[in-house]
Design a protein around this ligand. Structure first.
Ligand SMILES: [Zn+2]
Length: 129
């Protein structure tokens, strides 16, 4: 991909993210609900596809962030950002996630303190008022 196309692609993504943030702040409740239903699964899928590229290899390194000369230990910066924004930032699941054929993961445990964050989900930009 040449440089200009790359820039166009990146701008389109930044604009999309800005638009979503803007919607979260300004849209009325029915519009927001509609946007959330369509966009949240897409955002989740985007994170999944990105995180798959950063799954640690057999040596515990991130194959995407590592170079021939420098191994990047997992969790790499992408995983750290994911945890910071999706878990620590208050978008934690409100109920234990249903197991869909995947093995249980340690982060699926729900901490009692997290319950205090239930209303905090709105701080993630899904405020309706
Ligand atoms: Zn990585």
């Amino acid at each position: 991909m040449d440089e200009i196309l790359g820039q166009v692609l990146r701008n389109a993504v930044w604009e999309r993210l800005d638009m979503l943030s803007d919607l979260a702040e300004r849209a009325d409740a029915p519009s927001l609900l509609s946007v959330a239903r369509s966009e949240l699964p897409r955002l989740a899928e985007a994170w999944r596809s990105m995180l798959k590229l950063h799954e640690p290899d057999d040596r515990g390194d991130c194959p995407t962030c590592s170079t021939r000369w420098h191994r990047s230990k997992a969790p790499c910066s992408v995983w750290q950002a994911a945890h910071e924004h999706l878990v620590a930032g208050g978008l934690a699941p409100q109920q234990p996630p249903r197991q869909r054929g995947r093995k249980a993961e340690s982060h699926s445990a729900v901490h009692p303190r997290r319950h205090a964050l239930r209303s905090g989900v709105s701080t993630a930009g899904l405020r309706s008022g």
